[in-house]
Ligand binder design. Structure first.
Ligand code: AMP
Length: 282
């Protein structure tokens, strides 16, 4: 596996490649979910490029940025085991050269205002900026991202459309622990007590799928889901049942062919997000 820290070196390497590139951007502290993105790229016949960059512009809370786990040595070994071809691990000034304005100013309509957008102001602007910048550096044919960050995917899809970028977005299903907890770099910060209650997030999403299937009003399911999460000792921020394209709330199962429940909850000091497709027409 080649390791590049500088944009110029990666670009130099790029000029001699003929095989299409599959790109998996990450913030490190890698787990099986991240590795699945790399493996999918390989299965699709691509050269797999993974990046590790803890993007400062997408953290609305400076303490969250500070506490974000950094495990570079272990990450490198994991990427090797997944047969990743290239690791791009730039310092901040390579991604954001001083004096160069790279901030993305796109109108994502409601996509970046609801759910995560409401609770993490500025997060998606920072995320879109770094993804656009990394795409410009890596120039992949395919971009591999996880369903775990469902709203992020919706926004990246919209950004690709608005900027007419020639990259194909590939969604990777959410990888979970055996008890259902979505894999996340943040899980390693959970106390044993909070690790024990965290699977309640997935259980509540599954419960919501059953309840929506009974044609119960979505608003009632949302309220009860929030109660369930709180009763288990979590501190939920939101539990929304939305149309999978527009991310706008649905009232009933019959409102859309593609319905997703998305939630965020604190488990102690650790903020976790997850989602589940409740209904799909295909
Ligand atoms: P992160 O390092 O958390 O920014 O995530 C980097 C990429 O990995 C994003 O596209 C995430 O959606 C994806 N990802 C994170 N967790 C999972 C998971 N449990 N399963 C699948 N993909 C994931």
């Amino acid at each position: 596996m080649l390791i590049f820290k500088k944009v110029a070196d990666l670009r130099q390497w790029h000029t001699s490649q003929t095989t299409p590139i599959g790109f998996a951007p990450t913030m490190g502290a890698l787990h099986a979910g991240h590795l699945e993105l790399v493996r999918m790229a390989k299965r699709d016949g691509c050269l797999a490029v993974a990046s590790i960059f803890v993007n400062p512009t997408q953290f609305n809370d400076p303490r969250d940025l500070e506490k974000y786990p950094r495990t570079t040595e272990k990450d490198t070994a994991l990427l090797l085991s997944a047969e990743c071809d290239v690791l791009f691990i730039p310092p901040v000034e390579e991604v954001y050269p001083p004096g160069k304005e790279l901030t993305i100013e796109l109108d994502f309509k409601q996509l970046d205002k609801v759910m995560e957008g409401e609770f993490r102001p500025g997060h998606f602007k920072g995320m879109a900026t770094v993804v656009n910048r990394l795409l410009d550096i890596v120039r992949p044919k395919r971009l591999y991202m996880g369903q775990k960050d469902f709203q992020q995917l919706s926004i990246v899809r919209d950004m690709i459309r608005q900027l007419k970028l020639s990259v194909e977005l590939v969604m990777c299903p959410t990888m979970r622990e055996p008890d259902g907890l979505a894999m996340s770099s943040r899980n390693m910060r959970l106390t044993p007590e909070m690790r024990a209650v965290a699977p309640m997030i997935h259980q509540t999403l599954q419960w919501a799928r059953i309840e929506l299937g009974k044609n119960r009003p979505a608003a009632k399911i949302q309220t009860e889901a929030l109660q369930k999460l709180s009763a288990s000792g979590l501190r939920p921020e939101y539990f929304e049942i939305v149309d999978g394209e527009t991310l706008l709330n649905v009232q009933h199962s019959s409102d859309s062919e593609f319905i997703v429940a998305c939630t965020a909850a604190f488990a102690g000091e650790v903020r976790l997000i997850d989602n589940l497709v409740l209904k799909t027409g295909h």
